[in-house]
Design a protein around this ligand. Structure first.
Ligand SMILES: Cc1cc2nc3c(=O)[nH]c(=O)nc-3n(C[C@H](O)[C@H](O)[C@H](O)COP(=O)(O)O)c2cc1C
Length: 226
């Protein structure tokens, strides 16, 4: 049999006595730690890369990686093309799940909830902070649609570059109507910590009320078996 390389996970684990009563502090503490850990190390995956799972109109699960460019007590979120397959999925069924995984810290966070479109104001603020080239690409890409070849995409980019040259101003490229973002309003937030011999720690914040991630009264904590 082929030899399998096995890694034992020996992270810090989770002490529920020390865990904040609301998920917001727990999540931001881990996100900050992952960002610090990744700093200046090109070999570490982007700490904000998040896998987002949706259900397509046929009921089939779909998953892809995006960047968590939004994180407030309302929930985590991301920006994308609203006409993409994920946009189509979420219009049809807003239920969503997402995971942030930081293998070198033996940690992962899992969010389960429903997706809500971010306001046009929030989207515009983020879009205008993106580099000019990324804003041009957002116009040129009909995300998730087939394309005859890369040349077709590059021709579309060149046409938009001529239309909206880089002036250095944040609004030199308008915000496309079809571009936006989603906030995940969470019903569950799980913190997973890898421990020795696969006897990991899993602590799940389960929503009990209508508040946001920082409202301790609206969450209970449950430990689940690994
Ligand atoms: C590290 C990484 C980051 C990505 N970030 C984004 C993102 O923030 N937004 C986005 O729409 N796609 C992003 N993508 C591309 C998506 O994975 C995916 O290809 C695209 O959104 C189309 O997905 P869909 O056809 O399921 O809608 C990223 C891919 C990777 C690997």
């Amino acid at each position: 049999m082929q030899e399998i390389k096995r890694w034992d996970y020996n992270g810090e684990g989770i002490d529920e006595q020390a865990m904040p009563a609301a998920p917001w502090d727990a999540v931001t503490h881990w996100v900050d730690a992952a960002r610090t850990h990744a700093q200046g190390d090109a070999d570490r995956p982007d700490p904000d890369a998040i896998e987002v799972a949706t259900v397509d109109p046929t009921g089939h699960p779909q998953v892809r990686t995006v960047l968590m460019r939004y994180l407030t007590p309302e929930g985590p979120g991301f920006y994308t093309n609203l006409s993409s397959h994920k946009g189509r999925d979420l219009r049809h069924d807003p239920r969503v799940a997402a995971t942030l995984t930081w293998p070198t810290l033996f940690r992962a966070v899992r969010f389960v909830g429903t997706a809500h479109e971010l306001s046009r104001e929030t989207v515009a603020d983020y879009f205008q902070a993106r580099p000019w080239g990324s804003r041009i690409s957002a116009w040129a890409s009909h995300q998730s649609q087939p394309v005859a070849g890369r040349a077709q995409l590059e021709a579309a980019v060149a046409a938009y570059e001529r239309r909206w040259p880089d002036t250095g101003a944040p609004d030199d490229v308008p915000v496309p109507d079809f571009w936006g973002g989603y906030l995940i309003r969470c019903d569950e937030v799980e913190l997973w910590a890898g421990r020795r011999s696969r006897l990991h720690d899993r602590l799940v914040y389960v929503r009990t009320g209508n508040g946001d991630l920082s409202d301790a009264a609206d969450w209970r904590i449950e430990r689940r078996q690994p």
